[in-house]
Design a protein around this ligand. Structure first.
Ligand SMILES: Nc1ccn([C@@H]2O[C@H](COP(=O)(O)O)[C@@H](O)[C@H]2O)c(=O)n1
Ligand SMILES: C[C@@]1(CO)OP(=O)(O)OP(=O)(O)OC[C@H]1O
Length: 163
């Protein structure tokens, strides 16, 4: 049995000197406004995983009213979501994600982001792809107000994995 999931997240820019994206700290003239570390890519991946299992979204599992998640490392949140997916009887087949950012330049960092994702999802590097695009200066991302990310994941149940 296979299940597909989709995730989407946005964080606006605020004060700060770096952005956490895919578990990589990227120096920048702003930070993200968020309850956690604001890792927009990892949040989209969490939502894709939960969506594939029909288990709601990241805000349901880690409410932004709960002080336990204040300043949370989103890789920790992702690993908790992967545990939920495993408990539901699935493993990750593959993941594809896109980060929409006018700036900063993300290409130098996508390999590190994919490496973090592969490690946290427990899959090989060939099962993970991370892409970046500007939005050609259009919309809120193009105006430099924040960053958006989308992710699509395929989950596989063990019986399907073994034929
Ligand atoms: N923040 C970004 C956005 C894009 N890139 C890379 O540039 C390529 C061209 O971007 P388009 O907006 O014209 O699609 C894109 O394929 C990315 O590799 C980037 O590094 N950082
Ligand atoms: C990650 C959580 C943690 O409280 O808060 P935020 O960092 O604000 O991020 P968001 O994408 O709004 O998801 C909600 C919460 O799960």
């Amino acid at each position: 049995m296979m299940r597909i999931g989709h995730g989407f997240d946005v964080h606006r820019f605020g004060e700060g000197d770096h952005l956490m994206i895919g578990g990589v700290a990227i120096p920048f003239d702003h930070g993200f406004v968020a309850h956690s570390d604001g890792d927009v890519l990892l949040h989209a991946v969490c939502d894709a995983l939960l969506g594939a299992c029909a288990l709601g979204d990241i805000g349901r599992h880690f409410p932004d009213t709960d002080p336990a998640w204040a300043g949370a490392d989103s890789r920790d949140l992702l690993r908790r979501v992967v545990a939920v997916v495993t408990e539901a009887g699935y493993r990750v087949g593959n993941l594809d994600a896109t980060v929409m950012a006018q700036a900063p330049k993300l290409a130098p960092h996508v390999a590190a982001m994919a490496g973090h994702l592969a490690a946290d999802l427990g899959v090989s590097s060939g099962a993970v792809n991370v892409k970046a695009t500007t939005t050609e200066r259009l919309g809120f991302t193009g105006r430099g107000e924040g960053i958006a990310a989308e992710a699509v994941v395929l989950l596989v149940a063990p019986e399907a994995a073994h034929g």
